[in-house]
Design a protein around this ligand. Sequence first.
Ligand SMILES: [Zn+2]
Ligand SMILES: [Zn+2]
Length: 235
Amino acid sequence: MFKWFIDLVFPYRCIVCGKYLNHEYFCRSCFNSLPIKKQNECIGCQRPTPLGKTCTFCRDSYAVDQLLVASDFKNPAVASTIKLFKYHFLHDLAQPLSQLSFKYLDHLAKRDHFSMAQNNPLLVPVPLHKKREYWRGFNQAELLARLIARHYRLDIGEGLVRSVDSIPQAKLENRPKRLLNVQGLYKCKKPEVFKDRHVILVDDVCTTGATLNECARVLKDAGAVSVIALAIARG
Ligand SMILES: [Zn+2]
Ligand SMILES: [Zn+2]
């Protein structure tokens, strides 16, 4: 429904250098210049940890076992791509953003021997409330999860849903408010899907980690063994 409008306002031009392109938003050289994150950190205290594993101090309060963040929100090109993707309905940007995550994951594979295929995980997108998904036309986390699943030949785990439409997390300024805001928001419609499975939870942006953590808690209640959270950037 927004397609004609998007083509009008956002013709295909490179987001960074403005070069006109054919059905793409990045020219090759600008895409190659996008940074990937080299240092991983704990989801809770944000201190550097190997492969983003949740540190011993945060382990009791976080259900996410490991946080992988592909790139850096401080990079203006990355930040504007995510904003255009999320708030301006440019769903085509799922393509370059997922490719950025492949570049990051390839780097982890080479440097740290991390493997996406290990334990045959299910990819699970952070769900959006149906009302908001309808209004936006797509769930940005789901588009990313589908492209990542296809690339690594993994399955999508369906059944995690968002039950109540709360205030969007981006509108709440502090962490205690964000933590309270997500409690009871997510539920698992098909717990059998996640029983004894390893999960990679996918979202576009991780901020305090409250949303990812609440989803991970629900998935573990449903029987998931471990939950790795994968985000494009931490904002
Ligand atoms: Zn360019
Ligand atoms: Zn920590």
